[in-house]
Design a protein around this ligand. Structure first.
Ligand code: MOS
Length: 750
């Protein structure tokens, strides 16, 4: 099956929010705080207002409802009033007849801000008590009782950096007033229902007055979950005040400066092992750099805690995490959602332990892999565990011992270049950790010609969810995929949708689609039974668009069946709702069954390091991935390839730098380097065979976020290569490990 939108994208014909431009549209530009923390003592927009082409300059005073767009925690004004908390915080909105005129007027706004001390580091924020939500602690067994019995102990600190989402399409929205005083809003968002709810809050109107439609997204990666809302709400505010269509689109530099990133974490770990390498106890403290507002930080931290022990069983665990409020743009969801940060800390601890034990880290990884029935610190036990299966399949398929020999030979023969190799066993829990979000609905229409329209809350962000939903409907009806159109998401057709996030969109919305199709299929069986004079509708089947009776093919075809069902005045539409069964989590006990299932896998990364220059090239990533029975292997392969390379980028190339005033320095894509085709290694992807997932849709598994974690192996492969040059090289676990940092470490004084 082809991607549903492949041809449109290849021809450049796919329409995005920015392509919609009704006549008379006005353009908005955002005036943002130049200070990281301070009090606004004076704001003068008069000069900007009187510039040619400017229609209005809006401030918080123009908000008819609540000046509040915080979702989980209500700590985020749409427009700043008295205080500002980060450089880039919106203060005012200029609306003009063109984008250029709107931006030009920004310079005429005069603001005076009394600076206050700002905090940028999470440990500093923690010391001052600047926390969002409670400090969370997950406990298994009793670490304090076990420490004295550990024969090997390691401790250390780990820092991981921010990561920009770099969706190709920057944040943008278009709001159009309607005859009834409501608004239609086109928004580039992963979360149209949340946008609808928050726009209604800002405008002080009922949710039914606001329709949010999402054509498709040019990438999101979590950056358009909460952080699409401000721009949609600002466009909505202006359209509401001026009763004209208003477009707001951030330019790349504005987007880089004003929006949040992956959360940087600073962490401490302590690990105790037996001298045989069994991990007996593990303790970690995460200081999460949340930025200025809560956004999704508490949920991201929670996922870190869930993934603290990676793909390993550890009998005694104590994990603590704090969301630390700083004066940076609020950090937010980013593919992996806290799991990569926690998994990296775990792998760093193991790497350090392997150094002390003088063994290959892979030996420790293998020894401690999760086995069926092992408990996680959050209470759930691992079911259908494939950690060892993926590991062993990798060893076989990628001929690991030959690979290691080849690398050893290379290193013996080369003085200026050294290779390193490392592995990452993956374990990633699937479900929103906020249990209530694990629901979805679908609306399916069959038209009288036999063609089908499917609407769900799943947003096409480029991940191919439409193709998966199409596959689900085609399989359920047993008709050609070409008959099925998957519609854009709009809040009038699908209400109260959860965001397209947590890797769950195809799972949840696919399940709902299947249920809606089954409802219609049941009615079709009844029609067919009548037509075939059979009193047992259950004896009717549809296979490849033909009706079967008791397994025997009849002459009745799909189109005829549909036409007759309509003539019989039977409904050809259905709406269905799905909620993931049997999941819950008790935040008082910090125990429960938060995930429907886990995704497993193993990656092997090989890197070649140039010891004169500190530059490196990732040669290959070899993956064995547990996709269940994949709904769409081509799409899943693409997600593994893209995720793994994005993970490598996070830990190596991608460095976000701010100055001491909290101003972003890496605010162009020439300063901020992301992986490109030249950087990308060969990616080999093998899907584990016979891997049906009993909990999954058609026995499949979610795919979006887990493969990002494979990039973690790249970091440790690089450390290994550095050790081959200089065995005593100082290893402080601080990502990203850019070529500069590699070079400095290789030549640092001992
Ligand atoms: Mo995703 S990082 O859960 O939007």
């Amino acid at each position: 099956m082809k991607r549903t939108e492949a041809e449109l994208h290849a021809r450049g014909e796919a329409l995005f929010t920015a392509d919609y431009l009704p006549e008379g549209t006005l353009f908005a530009a955002v005036f943002a705080s130049p200070e990281a923390h301070g009090e606004v003592s004076h704001l003068d927009t008069g000069a900007a207002r009187s510039q040619a082409g400017v229609v209005a300059v809006l401030t918080a005073k123009d908000i008819p409802g609540e000046n509040q767009i915080g979702n989980l925690i209500q700590d985020e004004p749409l427009l700043a009033t008295r205080e500002v908390h980060y450089v880039g915080q919106p203060i005012a909105l200029v609306v003009a007849k063109s984008e250029a005129l709107a931006r030009r007027a920004l310079a005429a706004i005069h603001v005076v801000i009394q600076s206050r001390p700002a905090v940028f580091e999470p440990r500093e924020a923690f010391k001052r008590g600047n926390l969002i939500g409670p400090v969370r602690t997950f406990v298994l067994g009793d670490v304090d009782r076990i420490w004295p019995r550990c024969e090997v102990m390691v401790e250390g600190r780990v820092d991981t950096g921010a990561q920009e989402h770099v969706y190709m399409e920057t944040q943008n929205a278009l709001a159009i007033p309607r005859e009834d005083g409501g608004l239609k809003v086109f928004s580039s968002t992963q979360a149209p229902s949340m946008g609808q709810r928050l726009i209604a809050r800002v405008l002080g109107c009922a949710m039914h007055q606001i329709e949010v439609e999402v054509p498709r997204l040019g990438g999101a990666f979590g950056g358009k979950e909460e952080q699409a809302t401000p721009w949609a709400a600002l466009a909505a505010l202006a359209a509401h005040r001026l009763q004209k269509p208003v477009k707001l689109a951030l330019r790349r530099r504005e987007d880089l400066r004003m929006t949040g990133k992956r959360h940087p974490y600073s962490s401490d770990f302590k690990m105790g092992l037996s001298k045989e390498g069994q991990i007996l106890a593990y303790e970690a403290h995460y200081y999460q750099n949340a930025g200025a507002t809560a956004d999704l930080s508490t949920a991201v931290l929670e996922r870190s805690l869930f993934h603290a022990t990676g793909s390993y069983f550890i009998p005694n665990v104590r994990i603590q995490g704090a969301c630390c409020r700083t004066n940076l743009p609020s950090n937010t969801a980013c593919r992996g959602f806290g799991a990569p940060q926690a998994t990296f800390v775990m792998e760093a601890a193991l790497f350090r332990a392997a150094q002390v034990l003088k063994v290959d880290p892979a030996a420790l990884q293998r020894k401690n892999l999760l086995r069926e029935g092992d408990p996680f610190p959050y209470g759930m036990r691992v079911e259908n565990c494939r950690a060892e299966a993926c590991w062993e399949e990798s060893v076989r398929r990628y001929e690991l011992s030959a690979l290691e020999e080849r690398i050893a030979r290379f290193n013996a023969e080369h003085g200026l270049e050294k290779k390193g190799i490392a592995r990452l066993p993956l374990c990633f829990g699937i479900s929103f950790t906020s249990t209530f979000l694990n629901q979805a609905s679908a609306l399916v229409h069959v038209y009288t010609d036999g063609s089908v329209s499917v609407s769900t809350g799943a947003i096409e962000v480029g991940q191919g969810v439409k193709a998966k939903i199409q596959a689900v409907a085609a399989r359920t009806f047993s008709i050609a995929p070409e008959r099925i159109k998957v519609e854009n998401t709009t809040t009038t057709r699908i209400a109260n949708a959860s965001p397209t996030a947590a890797s769950t969109a195809a799972d949840l919305n696919g399940h709902a689609t299947r249920l809606a199709c089954l409802t219609i299929a049941k009615r079709l069986q009844e029609t067919a039974a009548r037509l075939l004079s059979c009193d047992r509708p259950e004896a009717i089947g549809i296979i490849d668009e033909m009706v079967y009776l008791d397994g025997v093919r009849t002459d009745l075809r799909w189109e005829q069946l549909i036409a007759q069902t309509y003539l019989d005045r039977i409904g050809l539409s259905a709406h269905a709702h799905y909620a993931t069964p049997q999941i819950y989590f008790d935040r008082n006990q910090e125990k429960g069954r938060p995930f429907a299932y886990h995704v497993f896998g193993t990656a092997i990364v090989e890197v070649t390091l140039d010891g004169l220059r500190g530059t490196y090239r990732f040669d290959s990533i070899k993956v064995t991935h547990d996709a269940g029975a994949s709904l769409h292997p081509a799409i899943d392969r693409g997600q593994v390839e893209g995720g793994a390379v994005q993970g490598l980028g996070w830990l190596t190339l991608e460095e976000i730098l701010s100055d001491d005033q909290g101003r972003l320095l890496t605010d162009t894509l020439t300063d901020y380097k992301i992986p490109d085709l030249y950087f990308a290694p060969e990616v080999h992807v093998h899907f584990l065979e016979q891997a049906e997932n009993p909990e999954g849709l058609f026995h499949s598994k979610a795919i979006g976020e887990p493969p990002f974690l494979y990039g973690i192996a790249g970091y440790f492969a690089l450390l290994k290569a550095m050790q081959h040059f200089r065995p005593e090289v100082k290893m402080d676990f601080a990502a990203p490990l850019t070529p500069e940092k590699v070079l400095m470490a290789l030549y640092a004084e001992a």
